[in-house]
Design a protein around this ligand. Structure first.
Ligand code: ADP
Ligand code: TRP
Length: 344
């Protein structure tokens, strides 16, 4: 007997993504995620949130959390998200995320979560001391996406595994409750040269908020001097740039700077090499610094301007939460009825 393909999802296209308010945003977050949000909003209805439920899977100072949420919202606005076009909100303002996460916790299998590499990285050697929330974090992420029946999720390469898990959970829910096509199987949008930006100090480690060295990353709030200095101090080698990307094999730091240049300039890496082949880093770095300052400098300035008026950011988040809830509530009502809850 041949197995029938599951019924396709026939609902509308929808974009959803989020970033945790757990530290300064950096060039990797910008090129891997934020830059795509701003482009997609004009093509597909777009929902972008600040993942404060996710943030508390690791200790967050309650006195700082709200300000951190505003800071991410300011970054969204400063990188071009328009609150009249996209829906921008805080996750904790839409409790349906947590409500659906509970149901999906009962759909996901332990074996699936055991395979999640981000948990292993974050929990480190003492996983018995990690919060239970950190373990079920990817299920909450699936709920974030599925509560809006989102079809497209712009993220960096490191989130691909969580998106695969989301598809598995959606498929199992649809199958177990015999509701083919109820949840879409969302697609990760990781294309583009910015999908995996590496540390400026170590070309084999991801640029990350949690890297103890501030010289490893360019923060969205860095001023032009700091940006230029970090580019100048970035680790490289003494060889000139080659003519092709193959020529950069084994030169992780050099390759990363070419990738960053390409992503910031909206070019391919091949185009960058066509321009700079034969030049050393003494010539390349000042050009990269100028480019980084011209793209990132205005973003930092705009963030500082927006953060001077937190009441305006709060108004945007409140209005966004209302719009988001109007979509999440009907999904949750359907889910309750499908599961057979007394209140469904
Ligand atoms: P971090 O890993 O620095 O803590 P987050 O986990 O909050 O950052 O990531 C927010 C978004 O930025 C996600 O879509 C993630 O995939 C993307 N991202 C994070 N680091 C990078 C990177 N170095 N290169 C490309 N994208 C990244
Ligand atoms: N886990 C993501 C990260 O660390 C943040 C996130 C939470 C997210 N929920 C999401 C991203 C839903 C996309 C969709 O970057």
């Amino acid at each position: 007997m041949t197995e029938q393909a599951p019924a396709p999802f026939t609902g509308e296209k929808r974009v959803l993504s989020g970033v945790q308010p757990t530290g300064d945003l950096h060039l990797g977050n910008y090129l891997g995620a934020l830059v795509k949000f701003q482009r997609l909003q004009h093509e597909i209805p777009t929902f972008i949130f600040v993942a404060d439920y996710h943030a508390i899977t690791e200790w967050q100072d309650p006195a700082k959390l709200k300000a951190q949420v505003r800071e991410i919202a300011a970054a969204y606005l400063a990188t071009g998200l328009d609150p009249k076009v996209a829906t921008i909100f805080a996750q904790s303002a839409v409790p349906e995320h947590a409500e659906l996460a509970w149901v999906l916790n009962c759909v996901a299998r332990l074996g699936w979560l055991d395979r999640m590499t981000q948990f292993k990285d974050k929990a480190g050697k003492h996983k018995e001391r990690a919060s239970v929330g950190l373990y079920t974090y990817p299920v909450l992420q699936a709920a974030d996406i599925l509560v809006y029946k989102a079809t497209h999720v712009p993220v960096g390469e490191d989130q691909r595994q969580h998106l695969e898990l989301t598809r598995d959970i959606a498929q199992k829910f649809n199958h177990d409750f015999d509701r083919p096509g109820f949840f879409p199987l969302p697609e990760a949008l990781t294309q583009g040269p910015g999908a995996r930006i590496m540390s400026l100090r170590d070309g084999t480690a991801k640029m990350s908020k949690s890297d103890p060295s501030d010289y490893a990353r360019i923060n969205l709030t860095d001023d032009p001097d700091a940006i230029a200095q970090k580019v100048r101090k970035a680790r490289t080698d003494a060889e000139p740039l080659p003519e092709t990307m193959e020529g950069l094999e084994g030169r992780a730091e050099a390759k990363n700077l070419v990738t960053i240049y390409a992503a910031l300039a909206g070019q391919t890496e091949a185009q960058v090499l066509a321009e700079f082949a034969g030049h050393g880093f003494g010539a390349f770095k000042p050009k990269l610094a100028d480019l980084a300052v011209s793209v990132m400098g205005p973003i930092g300035a705009e963030m500082r301007r927006l953060l001077a008026d937190p009441a305006e950011i709060d108004r945007i988040l409140t209005a966004g939460a209302e719009r988001a809830r109007a979509l999440a509530q009907p999904t949750m009502r359907e889910v309750k009825s499908i599961v057979g809850f007394w209140a469904g």
